[in-house]
Design a protein around this ligand. Structure first.
Ligand code: FRU
Length: 466
């Protein structure tokens, strides 16, 4: 019998981010609300801290910040060699998972595969059964083998699905389908597509499509964009198109692709609409080229904190969900701020800073060896994050000089929100010692955050199904 991985060293374990109890995690999947719980699933391999035959890990929460890990919801089996990314939707008293079946054709060649879309369902939101009529959707003729990551939602009596695809011309695209019952799917359109594999991508992974403000947003992770100045510096990027939807043709008329997070460790987003109408997003807090030093300790990967999205000036802004404030355990600094002073931070902390006139260096976060700084080049309108690692610089322009920074430190990660979420940077930083913060701010607050929001027992789940 294969042995599940166990964590062998706590040094990088996160406090309030969702992680596996051991083993590998990548994309968030199936972000949904069902029978009183938020559910999040994720690409999961329990037997090594490396990517492997994909399972769906699973956790649920009543407040989006305390997560109870449940047994894996899906494991690869006779039907597929991997259960790749997908989504979840409640229907008929059940929670339905729509996932990509990844099928190897030649065991010696990882590039020889095909992909299709499949269903699984559950009445208790814990135990899932794969639908016996799988697959429910096969790759269309005008496509290559890349056909994955279905995101399904409901509008009235109709289900819609957006799927990541590579067209026969070698360019990435998002295909739109509809169904009355999740089983029979009809293609509506090519919702949007890349015109050039190097500037717009050869494959669009993890598409998600939703109204925001008075527009529609197509969020996705294109592969193959070549780095250009400060843009597209990671192996693959995640970003969005904002536009208007033609309800007859189901085609999105949109503007330019914009990266949604400018940090090193952010990929493969998924959103959901909360019962109170917020559009909330989570992402994998890593990227395929991230070093993930926690692999040495028997685990790899985590999800970002949930972020509420809003549209302003044609851009998608992100704010930490308001429930994050419930994690504040202690106020360590309350508003008065000494510019230049090195403030000692606990390893789980929230920092809120206000800058009246943007200084050249806004802040530095360091343990002496590892860390980051955030700088403002006023003449270029350029905000520059420098992480003390190889290829450490990530930068972007802003619509106004930086006046507010909110940052979440969690042991080996930092998420930075600038100007009320106009820009974010998500970073893993493998701090080894005590961390201090120096900031040229006019005002600032520091909160110590609750240290552990993950539980891994399955007792409650077992109890409920007796
Ligand atoms: C994105 C991705 C998806 C795929 C999954 C496999 O990170 O490559 O396209 O479904 O990961 O684990």
């Amino acid at each position: 019998m294969k042995q599940e991985m166990h964590v062998t060293n706590q040094r990088y374990r996160l406090g309030y981010h969702l992680m596996t109890k051991g083993g590998w995690m990548n994309d968030p999947n199936g972000f949904s609300y069902f029978k009183g719980y938020y559910h999040i699933f994720y690409q999961y391999y329990p037997y090594a801290a490396e990517w492997g035959p994909m399972h769906w890990g699973h956790a649920r929460s009543t407040d989006l910040v305390h997560w109870e890990t449940l047994p894996a919801a899906l494991a690869p089996g006779d039907m597929e060699s991997g259960c790749f990314s997908g989504s979840a939707v409640p229907h008929d008293g059940k929670l339905w998972l729509i996932y990509t079946g990844h099928h190897y054709i030649d065991p010696k060649d990882p590039e020889a595969f095909y992909e299709d879309q499949n269903l699984a369902y559950s009445e208790d939101g814990i135990h899932f059964t794969k639908y016996e009529g799988n697959p429910v959707l096969r790759v269309p003729k005008d496509n290559t083998k890349h056909f994955r990551d279905p995101k399904v939602w409901r509008e009235g009596d109709t289900f819609y699905m957006v799927v990541g695809s590579q067209g026969a011309d070698g360019c990435g695209r998002a295909l739109l389908y509809r169904s009355p019952d999740l089983i029979d799917w009809t293609r509506c359109s090519v919702l949007a597509k890349s015109e050039n594999e190097k500037t717009e991508g050869y494959m669009w992974e993890c598409p998600d499509f939703f109204p925001l403000g008075d527009k529609y947003v197509l969020l996705m992770s294109p592969q193959g964009l070549e780095a250009s100045g400060d843009d597209y510096r990671n192996l693959n990027q995640t970003g969005y198109l904002v536009g208007t939807l033609d309800k007859e043709t189901h085609v999105l008329a949109h503007g330019k692709f914009v990266e949604i997070d400018r940090g090193h460790d952010f990929y493969a987003t998924q959103t959901m609409e909360t019962p109170d109408g917020r559009r909330v997003m989570m992402a994998w807090m890593a990227a395929w080229d991230s070093p993930m030093h926690e692999k040495e300790d028997g685990w790899a990967g985590a999800l970002t904190i949930p972020r509420t999205l809003r549209l302003a000036g044609g851009k998608v802004y992100q704010s930490p969900i308001r429930e994050m404030e419930s994690l504040r355990e202690k106020t360590l600094q309350d508003g008065a701020w000494e510019a230049g002073k090195a403030y000692a931070l606990p390893r789980k902390a929230e920092i809120c800073l206000r800058f009246d006139a943007a200084p050249a260096v806004l802040l530095t976060l360091t343990d002496g060896t590892h860390g980051l700084s955030l700088a403002w080049e006023a003449e270029k309108n350029r905000l520059v994050l420098t992480r003390k690692t190889k290829d450490g610089v990530r930068a972007c322009t802003l619509s106004a000089a930086p006046h507010a920074v909110r940052a979440f430190l969690d042991q080996s990660s930092v998420e930075v929100f600038v100007n009320d979420g106009e820009t974010t940077f998500t970073e893993r930083i493998y701090f080894a010692g005590n961390v201090t913060l120096t900031a040229a701010a006019q005002e600032g607050a520091i909160y110590a955050l609750e240290a552990e929001t993950n539980t891994y027992g399955t007792d409650a789940a077992e109890e409920e199904t007796k």
